[in-house]
Design a protein around this ligand. Structure first.
Ligand code: HEC
Length: 152
C-alpha cells in the first residue's frame, strides 16, 4: 500500500513537471510572438497562427500582416472590397498597370458578381497601380566572358 502510494506520488510529480514545462513553453512562445511581429507575420503566412481581432491591424515593415498588403493610402478600402471572395494573395501576386487593374475589376463585375465599387474604385485602382505595378523588365545584363575559346 505504502509502496503504491509512493509510486503514484512519484508519477504524479513527473506529470506535474511535464505540465509545468508545457505551460512555460506556451507562455514563452506567446511572449515571443507578442514582442516579435516579424515572427508573427511568418507564422501567419505559414498558417500557424490565426489572425485575431487583436493583431488584425498589425503592420510590420510596411506590410499589413493579416493580408500581406502593402500599407499605403486606401489600404482599408482595398481590404474591405478585395478580400471577401478570395485571398489577398490573389491580388498581391499580380502586377498590372492602371488599365490592367481596371479591366480585372470590370471582369470580376461582369462574371464574378463583384459589386459596383462606386467612388472607391478610383481609390482602389490608384492603390493597386501604385503598389502592384508591373515590374520593370529591362534587358538582361551582359554576359561576362572571361575567356573565349574556339570550337573544334
Ligand atoms: C464578389 C467576389 C469578388 C470580389 C469582392 C473580388 N474578387 Fe477578385 N476574383 C473573384 C473571382 C471569383 C476570381 C477568380 C478566382 C479564380 O480564378 O480562382 C477573382 C480573381 C481575381 C484576380 C485574378 C485574375 C486573373 O486574371 O487571374 C485578381 C487579380 C483579383 N481577383 C483582384 C481583385 C481585387 C483587386 C478586388 C477588389 C476590388 C477583388 N478581386 C474583389 C471574385 C471577387
Amino acid at each position: 500500500m505504502n509502496k503504491n502510494f509512493d509510486r503514484s506520488i512519484k508519477s504524479l510529480s513527473v506529470l506535474l513537471g511535464v505540465f509545468i514545462a508545457l505551460i512555460a513553453i506556451l507562455f514563452g512562445g506567446l511572449l515571443y510572438l507578442k514582442q516579435n511581429p516579424e515572427a508573427l507575420r511568418n507564422q501567419a503566412n505559414e498558417g500557424l497562427v490565426e489572425i485575431s481581432e487583436e493583431n488584425n491591424d498589425l503592420i510590420t515593415d510596411g506590410i499589413h500582416v493579416a493580408t500581406g498588403f502593402v500599407d499605403d493610402e486606401h489600404l482599408q478600402v482595398v481590404i474591405q472590397n478585395c478580400t471577401s471572395c478570395h485571398s489577398a494573395k490573389l491580388v498581391t501576386q499580380n502586377r498590372m498597370s492602371k488599365e490592367g487593374w481596371k479591366a480585372t475589376i470590370k471582369w470580376m463585375q461582369e462574371t464574378q458578381n463583384l459589386w459596383d465599387l462606386g467612388q472607391n474604385e478610383a481609390k482602389i485602382v490608384s492603390y493597386l497601380a501604385k503598389n502592384y505595378a508591373p515590374k520593370n523588365q529591362g534587358r538582361r545584363a551582359h554576359i561576362e566572358v572571361a575567356e573565349w575559346y574556339e570550337l573544334k
